[in-house]
Design a protein around this ligand. Structure first.
Ligand code: 4NP
Length: 154
């Protein structure tokens, strides 16, 4: 199974989701069976490591995101991934516009699919440190539900 997380810049929310899901899959003994990646709808940060604030907040919870490099989402990703998960409604709209009609992989809003109280992971880029903690809280909880779904699908 292959899962792609998508946000706007691919330097804050989706790299966090990639790192958290990898970690949880490792703990569940499923890392070999699931491919996890992330991308952004925008191209401003392509090739760059995650935002320093994202790296710091994630590392404090045991997630090392330093090897990740930003990429822009491409139409071909819809053939490469079984599940494409958008961080907010704007990302979802952009992905719907890009997605080929014949695409087999599913596209969904990450938090809504996994029963979070919020539908969107708020963009932390222009805010304070609290925002990065909230991103981690929301993503950790939703990834637990995603791992349950993955176990059922494997
Ligand atoms: P992300 O956050 O979509 O969670 O990676 C952002 C990163 C960069 C920008 C906006 C949001 N930006 O405008 O450069």
């Amino acid at each position: 199974m292959r899962v792609l997380f998508v946000c706007l810049g691919n330097i804050c929310r989706s790299p966090t989701a990639e790192g958290v899901l990898r970690h949880q899959l490792q703990a569940a003994g499923l890392a070999d069976q699931v491919q996890v990646a992330s991308a952004g709808t925008g191209d401003w940060h392509v090739g760059k490591a995650p935002d320093g604030r994202t790296l710091k907040a994630a590392l404090a919870r045991g997630y090392d995101l330093s090897e990740q490099r930003a990429q822009q989402v491409k139409v071909g990703h819809f053939a490469e991934f079984d599940l494409v998960l958008a961080m907010d409604q704007s990302n979802l709209r952009d992905l719907r516009a890009l997605r080929p009609h014949a695409a087999i992989g599913e596209l969904d809003l990450f938090l809504r699919r996994y029963g979070s109280a919020l539908d969107e992971v708020p963009d932390p880029y222009y805010g304070g440190a609290d925002g990065f903690e909230q991103v981690l809280d929301l993503i950790e909880a939703a990834c637990q539900a995603l791992v349950v779904e993955i176990k059922g699908r494997l």
